[in-house]
Design a protein around this ligand. Structure first.
Ligand code: SAM
Ligand code: SF4
Length: 361
């Protein structure tokens, strides 16, 4: 196992880890088919969840090792009671520069203002369809109107731009691409399309159902007269090739090799300058080479990759060790063991036992 520089989270490929995604619960109020089973989900007993105190302690240890950026997720993070209080405590930790949240938006109308006041800086709202019927097919629940109310409340609370995450699925959401493009062009909304990944509880993922980044760009480009990668190195690193405005053949830029790139989304601007979209091409253009993130599950396991088959328990240490050093050492061990990439496309790819809702997306 590679020896790490003291005080940093560096893996064997030189990737420095500064970003931690924290799952605060595995519970959820909807049942997206690419994430959860439809019925009979076994949720963690409450005693197995990390307390706010344990999460805060983990982050304190992590900031000592260079963590600067946090994102709260789940399950659905807004079903965890008093979430704004956790945000407030995390925002006070020296070294924490940025706190984001990914939510399905169902409970956002009630909580957006409190989250903002507590120090939440960024918000991603997951919404795969602007058509309520398609929403119901994806989520297997009602709630479309509530998500729209949540988006509205987020705007009023001062979150800007509003980022929408939309998983793109062949045979289901192709017709949503253009309406989302229109939304991005007409409002202060950035839509980030995510390629469908093999992390569903039902093990029903098929490669053919991945609506790819190339296809998404092609469709939007044809409809709106072209897209070009945002030429901001802070956003897209060294992306250079542009999708020509008058062409229906879209040339995909290589994903940035720069460690400074803000992976994983590659951002594009419509050729006429009106609006932006992002694409997270985890399947067809993995961004593993510039990955700087790792994860803490709701039950206190560190995971160095979404697709990792191994995890490092820190809950026992949090509950048994008054010293922080063993927790820091466990974090460093977890990062040191990180593989080069997830290898979804290789023949021996093995889907992790934990589906997305129990990892924390
Ligand atoms: N419940 C919150 C939500 O849906 O925003 C946070 C957790 S959810 C697991 C985080 C993100 O992962 C969501 O944007 C969701 O669409 C995405 N996601 C879940 N399963 C996925 C899959 N199999 N492939 C791609 N994205 C997925
Ligand atoms: Fe719940 Fe998010 Fe999974 Fe959908 S993607 S089932 S909202 S945790």
């Amino acid at each position: 196992m590679p020896v790490q520089p003291a005080g940093q989270l560096v893996d064997g490929f030189g990737r420095v880890h500064t970003s931690l995604r924290i799952s605060v619960t595995d519970r959820c109020n909807i049942r997206c088919f690419y994430c959860m089973p439809a019925e009979d989900v076994q949720f963690l007993p409450r005693a197995e969840l990390l307390t706010f105190e344990e999460i805060v302690r983990t982050v304190r240890v992590g900031t000592g090792l260079g963590i600067r950026k946090l994102r709260l997720t789940g399950g659905e993070p807004l079903v965890r009671r008093d979430l704004p209080e956790l945000v407030r405590q995390l925002a006070e930790i020296p070294g924490v520069e940025d706190i984001g949240l990914t939510t399905n938006g169902i409970l956002l109308a009630e909580q957006a203002a409190a989250l903002r006041a507590a120090g939440l800086k960024r918000l991603n709202i997951s919404l795969d369809a602007l058509d309520p019927d398609v929403f119901r097919q994806v989520t297997r629940r009602e709630g479309y109107e509530r998500v729209l109310e949540g988006i509205q409340a987020a705007r009023q609370a001062g979150f800007s731009p509003i980022k929408i995450n939309a998983v793109a699925i062949r045979g289901l959401t192709e017709d949503q691409l253009v309406p989302f493009g229109q939304l991005a062009r007409e409002t202060d909304t950035e839509v980030r399309f995510i390629e469908y990944m093999p992390l569903d509880a039902d093990n029903a993922w098929e490669r053919d159902r991945v609506l790819t980044a190339a296809e998404i760009l092609q469709r939007l480009s044809t409809e709106f007269g072209g897209l070009r990668p945002v030429e901001d190195p802070a956003v897209n690193g060294c992306a250079t090739a542009a999708a020509e405005s008058d062409s229906t053949v879209v040339q995909l830029p290589q994903l940035p090799q720069s460690a400074a790139a803000r992976a994983p989304a590659t951002e594009y601007q419509f050729a006429d300058g009106r609006g932006r979209i992002g694409i997270i091409a985890s399947v067809t253009q993995p961004f593993c080479h510039s990955c700087n993130r790792f994860r803490l599950t709701a039950d206190g396991k560190l995971r160095n990759c979404l697709f990792s088959l191994e995890e490092t328990d820190i809950r026992d240490l949090l509950r048994s060790s008054p010293q922080d050093a063993p927790i820091a050492a466990a974090m460093q061990r977890c990062i040191a063991a990180k593989q080069a990439g997830h290898r979804i496309d290789s023949a021996d790819f093995q889907q992790p036992d934990r589906p997305m809702y129990s990892i924390g997306g």
